[in-house]
Design a protein around this ligand. Sequence first.
Ligand code: NAD
Ligand code: UFG
Length: 336
Amino acid sequence: MNILLTGGAGYIGSHTIVELDKAGHSVVVVDNLVNSSEESLNRVAKIIGKQVPFVKADVRDAAAMNDLFDKFKIDAVINFAGLKAVGESVAKPLEYYENNMNACFVLLDAMRKHNCKNFIFSSSATVYGDPAIIPITEECPKGQCTNPYGKTKSMLEEVLIDLQKADPEWNVVLLRYFNPIGAHQSGLIGENPNGIPNNLMPYITQTAVGLRKELGVFGNDYDTPDGTGVRDYIHVCDLANGHVCALKAIERKCGLAIYNLGTGHGNSVLDVVKAFEKANNLKVPYSIKPRRAGDIATCYCNPAKAKAELGWEAKYGIEDMCRDAWNFQKNNPEGY
Ligand code: NAD
Ligand code: UFG
């Protein structure tokens, strides 16, 4: 299939291009580079041996999107484009609602006009809020999202469910990602956050490389085995491969389908620090800090549905994720 990746120059998108190429698909990328660099696509070209077509445009630009669909015959779209920093979304709610919602509306309208009705949406474990059951299954009720970023994911899920109900020709796969970390084994592509990282793994790798003094561990008084927050960390290449499997569901005309993409294992913040130190033979200085507002104690999934229906499961463990994250950071100490 010929797949359009919106936001394809970003962290998950760039890794997904590699997996799609491996599976024999062709790819077109549209990105406005608000949180990425075209260099990621040059690096992808080194891995897959060819440059993918890239349209530098904002997905909210209806004329640009219609032109794109006129120019390329697109069979399915994976919508990675969106702003994703939780804290920033609290400070700038209008920017987050406007970008994430409008980009999706403009995209869906251009798709419908061009009779392309196959859509994979980057959703998030954040839609479960403080989860009612652990491990989280897809039947777990959606929870109260504590920030505008999470609300855009939850609301867009509702929009897509209604769209598919109104026109069953649509195949819509909602992929609820847990916590992607790590990098492609080549060390050429990886996570490249702007400014001070919000997320755990980039903070660890930047501390290890000397860009940050020490990691702050946000709370050690949660109701978890060691008191620090527990998450379901998943290797970004496993996550990328989940999109290849979701496309197979689309080819089978799945209608609406919802999947958790995680490993099913929870690791605490201190587990990740220890795994990183062991995998890379390094020390990561850290100190305990107060809890971060909006954080929950524990979040990990039951990935059985994705295994049963998509034949997908995560292959990599936490030490692989730590090794590959460090490999990217040490090869690219200042990012791309
Ligand atoms: P990222 O920021 O690296 O990639 C998103 C890309 O979208 C960037 O390249 C950015 O430039 C682009 N973009 C944003 N708004 C755009 C617009 N209006 N027009 C064109 N391009 C636009 O983020 P990522 O980690 O690769 O995440 C990809 C998707 O997965 C996002 O939708 C994110 O919310 C979702 N997600 C990420 C995580 C995570 O922990 N990384 C977890 C759950 C869900
Ligand atoms: N943490 C620290 N120190 C840091 C950063 C994080 O102790 O410097 C802790 C957090 O308190 C949490 C854990 O590490 O316990 C993971 O935090 P992240 O910020 O890496 O990830 P979150 O689980 O908070 O959220 C991430 C993305 C969301 C996405 C969610 C999906 O930021 O966008 O995963 O599960 F929705």
